[in-house]
Design a protein around this ligand. Structure first.
Ligand code: SF4
Length: 350
């Protein structure tokens, strides 16, 4: 039996036997800050704070993702997304454990219903990687991790809401499920005639590209539902040749590839980085979809940039790129039944 832990560190029993390469890579993620620092030849002085912060939100770094980091560089943009810092321990006014107030839209364990035509299903509480800015870093996965037996009430709920035509598989990471469990879930959803789309939000094909197994390609490619995979890529350095190769298999199978990113201070808040990200995404057949300002989750305040900086950056992006490569700049406002777009800064003639 392979065991994983939930994104918040709680153990979760999984999955199929025998394990495939991606499952082995899930099992052997780096969990100890000391190992991370040693592998990247970084200052051991970072260790005490990293260990302290990792006790609040565990460290998880897949080895294929680590290989894209630059050894000896404490400012590496991929490292900064995963390295626990003492700054996370600071309590900052306005930053909360449930910044999107998802507890108010959680009618059943594992089901979040905020938008009229879509519901979100927490299909797995585990993640391959723990992103320090994650808005669900305090999420109660232990109460929202439905077993197969608990899928039926969710299916009944969807049937009772005929206006719902799209299910979003989220997590954690929905692709942390075995292919057989994922296939069973998708088959159950396909049996609901009201559904026309299936959306999957996942970091796994990027951080562990071997997750794109032939079985996964077949499951998604053969679904009667239109399948959209939303990758969560924040920096062009996350996209290497293997990521492109693996994602192209999904694209060729008919899966629509979109990307959403989070604007993160010191990581991707420069124009050149955002331009490079858009170009790298398109080269990998992925369309930029959303660029989110940070959700105000406790422990992540050091990643925030101001709205005016974000709006200025977005205006500059529009001046640099064709419109189809400019992601919509948005935030999620608790209680609103839609994303909220931020305006671009007014154009000022030089
Ligand atoms: S951002 Fe996604 S992959 Fe990262 S910790 Fe959160 S749920 Fe997991």
């Amino acid at each position: 039996m392979i065991t994983q832990s939930l994104s918040n560190g709680q153990p979760l029993p999984l999955i199929d036997q025998p394990s495939s390469r991606w499952q082995e890579e899930m099992r052997t993620v780096i969990r100890q800050p000391a190992e991370l620092l040693q592998l990247l030849q970084l200052d051991p002085g970072l260790l005490p704070a990293a260990e302290q912060a990792a006790r609040l939100f565990p460290l998880r770094v897949p080895r294929p993702y680590l290989q894209r980091m630059q050894p000896g560089n404490p400012q590496d943009p991929l490292l900064l997304q995963v390295l626990p810092l003492g700054l996370e321990l600071q309590s900052v006014p306005g930053f909360a454990s449930d910044p999107l107030e998802e507890a108010n839209s959680n009618p059943l364990p594992g089901l979040i219903h905020k938008y009229a035509s879509r519901v979100l299903l927490i299909a797995n509480g585990a993640c391959a990687i723990n992103c320090r800015y994650c808005f669900r870093r305090h999420f109660p996965y232990e109460d929202n991790n439905p077993s197969r037996a608990e899928w039926q009430p969710i299916l009944d709920y969807i049937q009772a809401h005929p206006e719902v035509n799209e299910v979003i598989l989220s997590g954690g990471d929905p692709l942390a499920n075995s292919d057989s469990r994922l296939a069973a879930l998708i088959t159950a959803l396909e049996a609901l005639p009201q559904l026309s789309r299936l959306r999957i939000h996942s970091r796994l094909p990027v951080v562990i590209p071997s997750r794109v197994t032939p079985e996964l390609v077949q499951i998604l490619g053969q679904s009667r539902l239109k399948v959209v995979l939303v990758s969560h890529i924040n920096h062009p350095q996350e996209i290497d040749a293997e990521v492109c190769t693996q994602l192209s298999k999904l694209r060729q199978a008919g899966v629509h590839l979109l990307n959403q990113a989070v604007l993160l201070k010191g990581i991707n808040d420069q124009l050149s980085t955002q331009v490079a990200l858009a170009e790298a995404l398109f080269a990998a057949d992925i369309l930029p979809y959303y660029l989110f300002v940070l959700d105000n989750v406790a422990g992540a305040a050091h990643f925030a940039i101001s709205d005016s900086q974000a709006e200025q950056l977005h205006l500059q992006l529009q001046q640099k790129l064709p419109g189809f490569l400019v992601a919509k700049l948005a935030r999620e406002v608790p209680g609103r039944p839609h994303k909220t777009l931020l305006p671009s800064s007014p154009w000022l003639s030089p």
